[in-house]
Ligand binder design. Structure first.
Ligand code: NI
Length: 263
């Protein structure tokens, strides 16, 4: 009888614990992802074997530079795409969801079709570090979903607005399968609206650098021919970020040049 009594008491305790759980326990945060980011990157690459279309370029041996353009697509993006096409140069565009949504020309599609890389720059350009986890996720997924609908590609990298990132942003980007691409050379083109100044700064790029520019500024796009001339004369190849790294960067990690920054 004692044994049965003990068993009944245990059943009663478990029953109580189960029945009270939904009412009394606070909402638990989602457990951290169990998928290794490297495996996630491989899975993504397997899902879309043709994108991004990387060319046979070895940035370990060749002088490469990754030009990146943020905050578009805007009024000067089509002109920039013309310039890049005429020079067979590839670049990476970190687009804003709200700009893509307002773009009547579907330039996101053209960016992808012409062999450039497209990355997530959030929906509305907030400092992600000031948002809740849920808000960070929304900024990233809304933009990601729109680009997927318009172009068929699932973006594999993002750039945090203002370069503002922390452990929470890293965790959300990892969850969304996005590598964090920062930069090593800032042209400050948003501040100095002078083509010659922007061209001179970008022209100082060293091998393996990621150059930050903004295609929403006329002066930046007007600087691009000189940037391409200057760097081409020094033997540089203009590559996408994926080409710079020779493959898909690892989700959640931060990159600033060709050499990976440790987490
Ligand atoms: Ni930006």
């Amino acid at each position: 009888m004692r044994v049965w009594g003990l068993a009944l008491a245990l059943v009663a305790m478990v029953g109580t614990a189960c029945s009270t759980r939904p009412a009394t326990r606070p909402q638990m945060a989602r457990p951290p992802t169990v998928v290794d980011p490297r495996i996630l990157a491989k899975r993504l690459a397997a899902m879309q074997p043709d994108w991004p279309a990387t060319r046979p370029v070895n940035c370990r041996r060749e002088k490469c530079v990754a030009l990146t353009f943020d905050d578009g697509p805007g009024d000067y993006t089509a002109k920039l795409l013309d310039l890049l096409r005429s020079r067979h140069a590839k670049a990476t565009f970190f687009v804003l969801g709200q700009m893509v949504a307002a773009d009547p020309h579907n330039l996101a599609r053209r960016i992808v079709d012409e062999g450039h890389e497209i990355g997530n720059h959030s929906w509305s350009h907030p400092p992600l570090t000031a948002l809740t986890d849920e808000q960070i996720r929304t900024e990233l997924t809304q933009t990601g979903d729109l680009i997927r609908r318009l172009t068929g590609v699932r973006m594999q990298m993002m750039r945090p607005p203002y370069g503002a990132t922390d452990d929470r942003v890293a965790a959300e980007t990892r969850r969304e399968g996005l590598a964090q691409i920062l930069w090593s050379l800032d042209t400050l083109d948003w501040r100095d609206r002078a083509s010659s100044v922007v061209a001179r700064r970008a022209g100082l790029a060293k091998p393996g650098e990621i150059v930050l520019m903004h295609d929403i500024h006329r002066t930046t796009v007007e600087a691009v021919p000189e940037v391409l001339d200057t760097l081409a004369k020094k033997g540089y190849r203009f590559v996408t970020v994926s080409e710079l790294y020779g493959g898909t960067p690892v989700p959640g990690r931060q990159y600033t040049t060709r050499w990976m920054k440790r987490e």
